[in-house]
Design a protein around this ligand. Structure first.
Ligand code: BG6
Length: 484
């Protein structure tokens, strides 16, 4: 639900964006994501403001930005609709200049002289955020403006706090939109709808019925051309502190009192506060065998490309339930899923020791988002049991839902803060992973194409095994598939 968009909404008057300014438009994120997102928004008729790119490239001008946009969109979508692209290109302007030179901001101020509510999207390394905001402030451009800031917000808990202090010397918290693209994924949003729109789930969604939860964020490729970036980051900072913990919160938080930003944020924060700081003794880090050969990676790098860990939530609903999370590069598949595994029924003589498995609820985020409810059923014509799965696919027409960056940019432009993360939650997520950063422990090398180092199995030992992900099956038909 949009907030802060009314003319008397938030401090500084009307919040609706009247100009979009993108720092780092010449970079990789813009090439891979931003132009495509803007094009899709244009096609849906959702853009109505100029788009000003700012970049250091002195050989770029307005036309270069448009050409790059076209190339990027064609690369991503396999072609462009001329009328849509022309409308988009007509909005585009480019300002060239160094981010640490006040002259760049003077030029930008001229471009923005007719606009009062710009949205600045900082697609630049985090070390530049505070400097850019300071320069914009000196150019008189921060009042009435809002800022979209890419992850990672900080490098650890202390640096996140420093960054927040620097930013809030100039900005109010409600001017800062911290982006985590997982929160813009349709199936991630589905989690709380699924949980709170279906009464039958809540009675069993707690420590009395849930044995453990597994979350997998697997990628079947390496760090490619991002070696220099990744080597300073590693899996824990790259996807656990943000994407994994955000999903954990949605799976485990209490119901918000309303579908409103403040209400959802409050419940998530409460949840994060109940998550026990991670214990290095319950974390296994791995690195795929060829990682050190990647350009930009130190030859003796100890950065993890895989992490498996156990978390605990000390609250009334979840006390005693282990949450196992594994994430990594060069694993067998590209898949993100959350698996809630229920306890076994008590012995009755009907279902005793030969039960093949447990009830499970799997929420598949990617690919082919959906949910699976696993039952145990009697095999026809026998008294043996077998798994029987009830599968629901969320996408009615694959590819038509807004993509994460498209949705988040649209929300940012409209002033809807719901899917952006406030600082207090960021601070909590750093608190949770900080012990793993302070005490990284052993690093195990694993073969590409495997599920990380075998040591990851010791984490779950005595409770479960890591589950094979629920792989999508190509099937005709519409949204819902029932099958065994
Ligand atoms: C990004 C990480 O935030 O998320 C990448 O920096 C990772 O390393 C990516 O590949 C995964 O996103 P998705 O949407 O492809 O699961």
């Amino acid at each position: 639900m949009p907030v802060d968009v009314s003319s008397n909404g938030a401090k500084g008057g009307e919040r609706v964006t009247d100009a979009l300014v993108i720092f780092g438009i010449t970079g990789d994120l813009a090439r891979k994501m931003t132009f495509k997102a803007l094009y899709r928004l244009e096609a849906r008729g959702k853009l109505d403001c100029p788009i000003i790119g700012v970049g250091r490239r002195t050989d770029w001008h307005h036309e270069t930005m448009k050409d790059r946009a076209k190339e990027s969109i064609e690369e991503a979508l396999g072609g462009v609709d001329k009328a849509v692209f022309d409308r988009l290109a007509a909005r585009m302007r480019f300002v060239s200049g160094n981010f640490d030179n006040q002259g760049t901001y003077t030029k930008l101020a001229e471009e923005l002289s007719d606009y009062a509510r710009p949205l600045f999207y900082l697609e630049v390394p985090p070390s530049l955020y505070a400097g850019i905001v300071d320069h914009l402030n000196r150019a008189g451009l921060t009042e009435g403006a809002r800022f979209v800031i890419e992850k990672p917000f900080g490098h650890d808990r202390a640096s996140a706090e420093d960054l927040q202090t620097d930013l809030t010397e100039i900005l109010d918290e409600d001017q800062i939109l911290r982006i985590d693209h997982y929160l813009g994924k349709e199936p991630v949003m589905d989690i709380i709808y699924l949980r709170f729109a279906n009464l039958i789930l809540d009675p069993v969604w707690n420590r009395n019925y849930v044995a453990y939860v597994q979350m997998t964020l697997a990628e079947n490729f390496g760090v490619h051309d991002r070696g220099a970036f990744y080597d300073r980051v590693g899996t824990i900072r790259d996807v656990i502190q943000n994407h994994a913990l955000q999903m954990l919160a949605l799976v485990t938080m209490e119901a918000p009192s309303r579908n409103q930003t403040e209400s959802i944020r409050a419940k998530k924060l409460e949840l994060f506060e109940s998550v026990r700081a991670a214990d290095p003794a319950h974390c296994v880090r791995g690195q795929y065998a060829e990682y050190r050969e990647v350009e930009g990676v130190a030859p003796d790098s100890t950065t993890e490309t895989f992490a498996a860990l156990e978390l605990r939530i000390d609250n009334w609903r979840w006390s005693g339930v282990p949450f196992f999370i594994r994430a990594g590069k060069e694993l067998p598949v590209k898949q993100t899923e959350i698996r809630v595994v229920f306890k076994r029924p008590p012995p009755t003589g009907i279902a005793d020791s030969d039960l093949p498995g447990h009830n499970e609820m799997v929420i598949r985020i990617d690919p082919s988002p959906g949910a699976r409810l696993r039952f145990i059923a009697k095999r026809p014509g026998s008294d043996k049991f077998e798994d029987a799965d009830l599968d629901v696919l969320f996408e009615k027409e694959p590819g038509t839902d807004p993509e994460p960056y498209e949705r988040l940019l649209d929300d940012a432009i409209r002033g809807d803060m719901n899917l952006f993360t406030p600082y207090d939650a960021i601070d909590q997520t750093w608190r949770i992973v900080q012990p793993l950063l302070d005490d990284p422990g052993e690093l195990y090398i694993y073969e590409s194409g495997t599920w990380g180092p075998p040591e990851a199995n010791r984490l779950v030992k005595g409770v479960c095994n890591w589950a094979e992900p629920w792989r999508p099956v190509e099937q005709p038909g519409e949204g819902m598939l029932l099958g065994g």
